[in-house]
Design a protein around this ligand. Structure first.
Ligand code: ATP
Ligand code: MN
Length: 477
């Protein structure tokens, strides 16, 4: 008999028709009620067995997390919480699970404990919900760009360039770790390496994305990104997924419009397509918040927050305006910031970003026109000669979710900016070629996919929104 998903069965009307379904046992109560979950949705299917008609030895094997196949008729449920239940006519045990050894009990486990058993945590309600929402968010990304006339460009994972100039790279090499070939100066001779060059995992697809935009008009990337940054925060992973649109003929204000529209479209899509999972996560968060002291609790619930962001325009202001607000702010006056805001030109810390978003404006914020010397070389220099056409989108509870800019399209200005930060223009001659052969204004940004998933699921730690997180000291599973 063809198998059906529990998601479908729960929407099926009771009838004399027989249905078959397979999944993992969540609980087995009173030797009669099996709560079965197959991952297709949050809810379990209640499967009712007539223990008198069943082999006792078989029923003993129906333990939490055992895998079973059941078939029977759907009947209206007498219990509350579900509309239909399955009257079991046949039960096949597909895979036993020893309850003494199975680490997930039908009770609440801490997120920290679940991280240690990430190979099993997707079987919990919370992680099932997060992974389904993550899927819908990824689908929303492709749908948005496809419908907006963008082409999906696959930029390389292995590259010889460091787009950010940040230097936090994972080296890719096939040279032996012990006694690698050396140059005359005693450095490792990457000329003898696989690519005849030193290579690393990509930190950003932007530079190649720009090449795509200068040929195809509007492109986006959506792929894994690697940063060997030793920052143990709730917002950084060593391996994360980034979405990077890059558009010819877009100036900074069009870029900001696109970023706002894009963020809202993802939120709208998950609200529409992951209702039950989001309602569950909303509830979970409310419970978690209720354990905190009152003054630390979030003012809005998850669904309320998503709806709010969807319905209100993002506040846009320049870096210079933000500095004035921060300088005059209460926490700054009272010395409550770890990094005091005393002068124009400082790099904003996450405490400053969060103050602007969560306390001052109480809305997502787009900051633009940052000081040139705290931003990357490829951002377009403004007429004032000291700021660049950069923008960051800041979200409540997250901080920076998007970083982008209008790109410097003037060849000679770009060469000067490279030299100023010690990048050899000859090294990026392929990038400079776009400025030599038909240059035009263009813009783009990067959105950290996991930070968006954090926002829409309300999960506090980025390690809990990716199946198998990679962080300093951890690459398990
Ligand atoms: P941050 O200051 O938070 O480290 P960044 O300035 O290094 O961010 P960008 O280089 O502009 O970030 O990257 C674009 C986007 O990618 C960021 O806005 C963020 O959403 C995401 N991002 C950056 N680094 C990480 C990371 N280590 N893990 C997860 N997402 C990240
Ligand atoms: Mn960073």
């Amino acid at each position: 008999m063809p198998q059906q998903a529990i998601r479908e069965l729960l929407r099926t009307a009771p009838s004399d028709q027989k249905h078959a379904v397979s999944g993992w046992v969540r609980t087995f109560r009173s030797n009669r009620f099996i709560a079965l979950n197959d991952g297709s949705c949050l809810e379990n299917l209640q499967c009712v067995v007539d223990f008198d008609a069943m082999d006792d030895a078989l029923l003993k094997r129906v333990t939490t997390s055992a895998c079973i196949e059941v078939s029977g008729r759907l009947v209206p449920s007498v219990g509350k919480g579900q509309s239909v239940e399955l009257l079991v006519e046949s039960l096949i045990l597909l895979g036993d699970s020893n309850p003494e050894e199975y680490p997930l009990q039908p009770k609440k486990h801490s997120l920290e404990f679940l991280r240690e058993i990430a190979h099993l945590r997707m079987r919990t309600n919370t992680f099932g919900a997060v992974m389904r929402v993550r899927h819908h968010a990824a689908f929303a990304v492709h749908r948005f760009f496809n419908e907006s006339g963008f082409f999906y460009l696959h930029t390389p994972i292995i590259t010889a360039s460091d787009a950010e100039g940040a230097g936090e790279l994972f080296r890719v090499t096939t040279l032996p770790a012990q006694n690698p070939p050396l140059t005359e100066n005693g450095d490792v001779d990457f000329g003898q390496d696989f690519f005849s060059n030193a290579t690393n995992l990509t930190v950003s697809g932007q530079l190649e994305g720009e090449l795509g935009a200068m040929a195809l008009g509007k492109v986006y990337t959506f792929g894994p990104t690697f940063r060997a940054e030793n920052s143990n925060t709730t917002r950084h992973l060593a391996e994360f997924w980034m979405i990077e649109p890059e558009m010819a003929f877009y100036d900074l204000s069009m870029n900001m419009d696109l970023a706002e529209e894009f963020c809202k479209s993802i939120i709208a899509y998950v609200l529409q397509h992951a209702k039950e999972d989001l309602a569950f996560l909303d509830q979970r968060l409310t419970e978690e918040e209720s354990l905190k002291p009152k003054e630390q609790r979030a003012e809005q619930g998850l669904l309320e927050k998503l709806q709010f962001v969807l319905e209100n325009p993002f506040v846009r202001l320049t870096y210079t305006e933000a500095i004035a607000i921060l300088k005059a702010s209460k926490p700054n006056q009272k010395g409550q910031f770890k990094y005091p805001v005393d002068a124009w030109g400082i790099d904003l810390q996450s405490e400053h970003e969060r103050y602007l978003v969560e306390k001052h404006f109480k809305a997502p914020v787009i900051l633009f026109d940052y000081p040139a010397n705290i931003k990357a070389f490829y951002m377009r220099l403004n007429e004032d000669g000291k700021t660049v056409r950069a923008m960051d989108v800041l979200f409540p509870g997250i901080g920076e979710i998007v970083g982008g800019s209008q790109r410097e399209e003037r060849h000679d200005v770009l060469v000067e900016k490279m030299k100023a930060v010690g990048i050899d223009p000859a090294h990026l001659s392929w990038y400079l070629d776009t400025r030599k052969f038909g240059t035009c204004i263009h813009s783009g940004f990067g959105l950290g996919f996991e930070r968006m998933v954090q926002f829409v699921t309300g999960m506090g730690n980025i390690r809990d929104v990716i199946p198998f997180p990679r962080t300093p000291g951890k690459a398990e599973f």
